[in-house]
Design a binder for this molecule. Sequence first.
Ligand code: IPE
Ligand code: IPE
Ligand code: MG
Length: 233
Amino acid sequence: MTSHKIPAHVGIIMDGNGRWAQNRNMPRTQGHIEGLKAAKRIVKAASDMGISYLTLYTFSTENWKRTQEEVGFIMGLVKKYLMAEFEFYKENQIRIRFTGNLSGLPQEIADEVVEACEKTSHFSGLSVILALNYGGRDEIVRAIRKIIQKGIPENEITEELVRLHLDNPDVPDPDLIIRTASEQRSSNFLLWESAYSEFYFADKLWPDWDAADLKAALDNFQKRTRRFGGITA
Ligand code: IPE
Ligand code: IPE
Ligand code: MG
């Protein structure tokens, strides 16, 4: 694998936790526990492969529609494990970052997220961007609000200005977006940033993912020709 073809930023729509559990006659919540284990495996693999940014779609602005039990369980996992993995972050120099609507999260979860971001901000390796209470449309609306609050005049509204008001303007757009568990849709993930992302859809359910699956996605990505609207020589 030639290093210059390693995508700088990979986004993952981690889907299929519920089906993984249902296939085993287990409660959906068990699927989320296994999904979390997969997330740790993939974070380690991405770090080892030299990826710079990994955005993990953890909870969407639409996922509040689920039962209170399931929502509470997912939030509970964040609370229980986000900071508990600090030694893992330190060992691998993993920086935790956030994208999403922080003010719409329960206070104790928001506090946990902020703490994880602060305590890992000096780590120099892979940035793991937690997309939690994230919606692509919501991110764009929040960007527009910030622009209006600053009183920026109409003639100064450019694509670059909008981009600079998104959640993490220093992070490059995702080169590759992976979705697991057979669904082929974006479900409101990184709408602005994915304009020229390569998409990779896999049938395997998220809790079954390991380093070899990420490697297969990267191998596939390396065979793509990205034109960005131009023409290939
Ligand atoms: C993805 O798995 C995790 C979240 C959306 C939080 P799902 O819970 O959507 O699993 P399926 O799609 O029902 O199998
Ligand atoms: C997208 O998965 C959200 C996350 C993976 C966090 P969903 O399971 O919520 O998406 P839909 O409902 O199938 O589109
Ligand atoms: Mg799903």
